[in-house]
Design a protein around this ligand. Structure first.
Ligand code: C5P
Length: 229
């Protein structure tokens, strides 16, 4: 297991992925975008025409397809059977169907196991998602929970989509975010919520660099205290 594990959880478009990547860079750590794992399984299930409500069939996706997750040029690169699907997993259809994969108990167990294996190969890791501090890494060294107003998150998502040619209205994006929040918070397994010992950071009025600096200070402070014990 890595000797420094930092978890960042939070709702959709709260800035987790960018912050995790930049924080990892500053700490010389690896990072893991666990949402990309749920997205990759969703894409494979869509491609295989799998009934999303049948948990056993969803689980069989792991036997039939080979998933690979690696940090390449500072990004989480994802491939299925050797084919790069990093862009494809961001498709709207994948985002909308990820909730079926996210609420399938055995699929979650399998992905959490893969996340722990990924971390075990690294010396330091920043991992982000919904359940990283609560389920996957309950003994993490530092846990963060990032939040932001829904309106602000919708704006951020709209900007991100625009860079890829997306033209969706702010209203539609906000509705979709609220729907995803609800489904992430209400599921029985690995629901979205801050770990009891998580540091909650509201990023509504903060720029990315400010958030990274804030988190970095918390890590330094916590690790310093830990090392002095
Ligand atoms: O973070 P991202 O939006 O890429 O995640 C895609 C979906 O995967 C989320 O809507 C959520 O339902 C699911 N997810 C999860 N647990 C995680 C990471 C993502 O359930 N640790």
């Amino acid at each position: 297991m890595a000797n420094l594990v930092i978890t960042i959880d939070g709702p959709a478009a709260s800035g987790k992925s960018t912050v995790a990547r930049l924080l990892a860079e500053r700490l010389g750590a690896s990072f893991l975008d666990t949402g990309s794992m749920y997205r990759a399984v969703t894409l494979a299930a869509i491609e295989g025409g799998v009934d999303m409500s049948d948990e056993e069939k969803l689980l069989s996706v792991f036997d039939n397809r080979k998933f690979q997750f690696a940090v390449r040029e500072g990004r989480m690169a994802v491939s299925i059977d050797g084919l790069d699907v990093t862009e494809q997993i961001r498709r709207q259809e994948v985002t909308a169907n990820a909730r079926y994969i996210a609420s399938a108990v055995k699929v979650r167990e399998k992905l959490v196991e893969m996340q722990r294996q990924f971390a075990a190969r690294e010396k330091k890791i920043v991992t982000e998602g919904r359940d990283q501090g609560t389920v996957a890494f309950p003994n993490a060294d530092v846990k963060f929970y990032l939040t932001a107003d829904t309106g602000e998150r919708a704006k951020r998502r709209q900007n991100e989509l625009r860079t890829r040619g997306g033209l969706e209205s702010l209203e539609r994006i906000q509705d979709a975010i609220e729907e995803r929040d609800k489904s992430d918070q209400d599921r029985e397994v690995g629901p979205l919520r801050p770990a009891e010992d998580a540091i909650v950071v509201d990023t509504t009025d903060l720029g990315i660099e400010e958030v990274v600096e804030k988190l970095l200070r918390c890590v330094e402070e916590k690790c310093l205290k830990r090392d002095q014990k």
